[in-house]
Design a protein around this ligand. Structure first.
Ligand code: CO
Length: 149
């Protein structure tokens, strides 16, 4: 495993691109997911998306304290409720803003083997899923702040 460089906001357009689907489930993907988890934990983050390590692919890692979740090609298939709370991003250190998110989301994704998985998130976990999946569409949380104004 290896720590990857976390792309900082404004440093690279990679954070502003729509990522492509991940179609191969090989050793390289497994290695990248391992690296991303290690990088996230080292930075004391709760989520990290592929574009944040310079890869325009649709996958991310999330751990809000109850275990590591790897989401490849994630799609939010259900959401309800609202929450309004503080959010930050490893690519935008020192900035924390209130962002509106659903209180609950259900996500369909694939695991590192390409198997379909369904995961649910409530509260902070729902927030983390939404934040990371936004990254795969080139959206950062500051865009959501602007949206609310
Ligand atoms: Co982020």
């Amino acid at each position: 495993m290896a720590i990857r460089h976390i792309v900082q906001y404004g440093e690279d357009v990679v954070l502003r691109k729509v990522c492509r689907s991940q179609l191969t489930f090989d050793e390289k993907l497994a290695q990248t997911l391992d690296d991303m988890a290690e990088t996230m934990y080292k930075a004391n983050g709760v989520g990290l998306a592929a574009p944040q390590v310079g890869l325009l692919r649709r996958y991310c890692v999330v751990d809000v304290g109850d275990g590591l979740i790897e989401l490849v090609n994630p799609v939010i298939i259900e959401k309800h409720g609202h929450q309004f709370d503080q959010e930050g991003c490893l690519s935008i250190p020192g900035r924390y803003e209130n962002v509106e998110r659903p209180m609950y989301v259900k996500v369909r994704a694939q695991n590192r083997k390409g198997e379909t998985i369904i995961v649910e998130g409530e509260g902070f976990k729902a927030r983390a899923f939404c934040h990371e999946i936004d990254h795969l569409d080139g959206i950062v949380f500051l865009d959501r702040v602007a949206e609310q104004r």
